[in-house]
Write a protein that binds this ligand. Structure first.
Ligand SMILES: Nc1ncnc2c1ncn2[C@@H]1O[C@H](COP(=O)(O)OP(=O)(O)O)[C@@H](O)[C@H]1O
Ligand SMILES: O=P(O)(O)OC[C@H]1O[C@](O)(COP(=O)(O)O)[C@@H](O)[C@@H]1O
Ligand SMILES: [Mg+2]
Length: 390
């Protein structure tokens, strides 16, 4: 009987547990299951949970629960730690290792495979994708992103209504999204926009440097035409002459954020209007109230299919999504080599999607589940009080 170790690593999502449940339900009859707690740290420090009946039942009760029920986290997985991880897996008698995670997780998984080869251990490794940033390479998208995109788009649509209602008091809102070096999430903020007066009016993505003149031009035009302006900025955006803003470095990884505050200060100074910046918050990645039904279904399938492929002998691959047709979305999965995923690095928003947002929205819509209810246009009566803006 195979012995399968399973862990989750990196930032959690609203649907990462669905992938775990899909996998566990697929392998539990034929394999012994060993859960790894707290990401790669659990492999090194032997935070294992035996997959007995009660534990399996507890894990599978998380199918619709956000977070990462095994514990995830970020951990300095050094070469020494990797050697220890493989030694521990050997000690446990595990012959297969699954990790559910993003680009960092896949890189670590391949390192574990290479170390196992060094130690003469036969270890199958399989990666199951998750990301809210959609920066994972060699796949059309990954579970977690659709829900996060829906969350951001709905938030921005509603924030427009909030700000429009208050425009005699506050005129500009700057909303900062997650995404690290990739603009997929920030760019998704416009997918539910139905009327020109609705926000977002300006979106800044990390793939392009932020031009002060252009920002000012668009914000002024929105204030002039609609009386208010909504700006969306991805946490990884740099000014044309600036660097990425790092709030901290933890285990060698930068915690990004703060560009929205700088934009707030800039626009206040330039326009002498009331401006508020806001971080959309950590629930972008794991909020359960905005889960996309498509994303939830796909997350489970990724786990199920990964389990099936392991039974058929797959090794050092990640389960990935392919899209064959743009206009008729059908979920299709295929194995890709971990080396290829890693080789691609952090995948940014393609320039054709930046230049043509409608083509991006067409690509994105199938991943959002039910989408959003339609709102009527904002008030047609223009009673604005910003003579300063011309
Ligand atoms: N280059 C690497 N070498 C070894 N381990 C890594 C590497 N990158 C990431 N990891 C491990 O994988 C974990 C998950 O990666 P991280 O980048 O945090 O999230 P994600 O997998 O979502 O991109 C890290 O916390 C770390 O333990
Ligand atoms: O504060 P942290 O640890 O950087 O977490 C926030 C980050 O986590 C993420 O949600 C996801 O990161 P990973 O998928 O790479 O783990 C990023 O978008 C965001 O930058
Ligand atoms: Mg990552």
């Amino acid at each position: 009987m195979k012995k399968v170790a399973i862990g989750q690593a990196g930032g959690p999502t609203a649907v990462i547990n669905a992938t775990l449940v899909g996998l566990v339900e697929t392998v539990q009859d034929e394999c012994e299951v060993l859960f790894v707690q707290n990401g790669y740290e659990g492999l090194v420090n032997e935070h294992f949970l035996t997959g007995d009946e009660a534990t399996i039942q507890w894990v599978t009760s998380h199918r619709h629960v956000p977070g990462a029920c095994l514990g995830s986290g970020r951990y300095a997985f050094t070469d020494e730690a990797i050697t220890q991880a493989v030694t521990n897996l050997k000690k446990q008698g595990a012959d297969t290792l699954f990790f559910i995670g993003g680009n960092g997780t896949m890189e670590a998984l391949l390192k574990v495979k290479q170390e196992a080869i060094q130690q003469g251990m036969e270890l199958t490794v399989i990666g199951l994708p998750k990301t809210v940033d959609n920066d994972l390479g060699s796949t059309d998208h990954a579970p977690g992103f659709g829900s996060a995109a829906h969350y951001v788009a709905q938030y921005v649509k509603d924030a427009s209504r909030d700000l429009h209602a208050m425009k005699n008091f506050e005129q500009i809102r700057v909303l900062e999204t997650m995404g690290r070096n990739a603009g997929w999430l920030a760019a998704a903020s416009g997918v539910y926009k139905e009327h020109p007066e609705e926000g977002p009016h300006f979106i800044a993505v990390p793939e392009q440097k932020l031009d002060r003149k252009e920002l000012l031009r668009v914000v002024k035009a929105a204030i002039r035409d609609y009386g208010y302006a909504v700006v969306v900025v991805s946490e990884g955006v740099k000014w044309e002459d600036g660097e990425q803003i790092e709030r901290a470095v933890v285990h060698g990884r930068a915690v990004l954020g703060g560009i929205s505050e700088e934009i707030e200060a800039f626009l206040k100074e330039e326009l002498q209007l009331s401006v508020r910046s806001e971080l959309l918050g950590m629930n972008q990645r794991a909020g359960s109230q905005e889960v996309s039904t498509q994303d939830q279904m796909e997350a489970y399938e990724v786990g199920r299919v990964g389990g099936e492929w392991a039974k058929e002998g797959a090794d050092h691959i990640m389960v990935s999504f392919v899209r064959e047709q743009m206009d008729d979305y059908e979920m299709k999965l295929k194995p890709v080599k971990l080396e290829d995923v890693i080789h691609e690095g952090e995948r940014g928003l393609p320039s054709q999607f930046i230049e043509n947002p409608e083509s991006y929205y067409a690509w994105l819509r199938p991943l959002l589940g039910g989408g959003t209810p339609s709102y009527p246009p904002l008030s047609q009566r223009r009673v604005y009080n910003h003579e300063k803006i011309n």
